[in-house]
Design a protein around this ligand. Sequence first.
Ligand code: PLP
Length: 202
Amino acid sequence: MENAIALKRAEIEAAGIELTDLTDTNPTRHNLLDPAVLEIIAEHLPGASRYEPHPRGPWPARAALAERYGGDPEDYWLCASTSEAYGWLFSLLAGAGKAVAVPSPGYPLIEPLAQYRGVSTRDYRSFYAHPSGWELDRTSLEQTLAEPDVRAVVAIHPNNPTGAYQDPIIAQLAHKQGLPLIADEVFFPYQFEDPLSTDIKR
Ligand SMILES: Cc1ncc(COP(=O)(O)O)c(C=O)c1O
């Protein structure tokens, strides 16, 4: 509901009186940005040259993502970092006292990020089989997903520290168990190029 100040403002504007809002500190509305910077932004992403903060992230950026990766801009939520996204998702999908399934070996920061939200982690394993590379221990994954307090599954694609792209069975087993999948694909474009082989396993 609009407060008394907002109502007064609407009344003044409706009367055609020009209003100077001294509480508005948006630099893009008061020519406080270097015009050269604004020009570059306007050239590449016209909608972003005026700063319009939104809790889900700027609309032009979400529209650009939807255009590149598909879906609807409304489906996208932007955040400051992967760590922040992990925090949001752990609270949303698990919550304090619950757990999430995480890869082992895996990204070591996940455990403290989960703990910070009161969520614990349960490992599912992969092992190194020479020469084919890292393989998922399917039994270990099935056992972990069946634990009653597990509320979501994290898959890092490709994984840190192994560099291995993940087996799609992780998504299938999560779906079968009715668990949401948290896919961390920060390293997806950086596939390992073995100078001795053209056979890149993805
Ligand atoms: C698997 C994985 N996800 C995400 C990140 C980056 O996290 P953030 O965006 O919070 O810096 C890293 C950085 O090393 C990582 O290894």
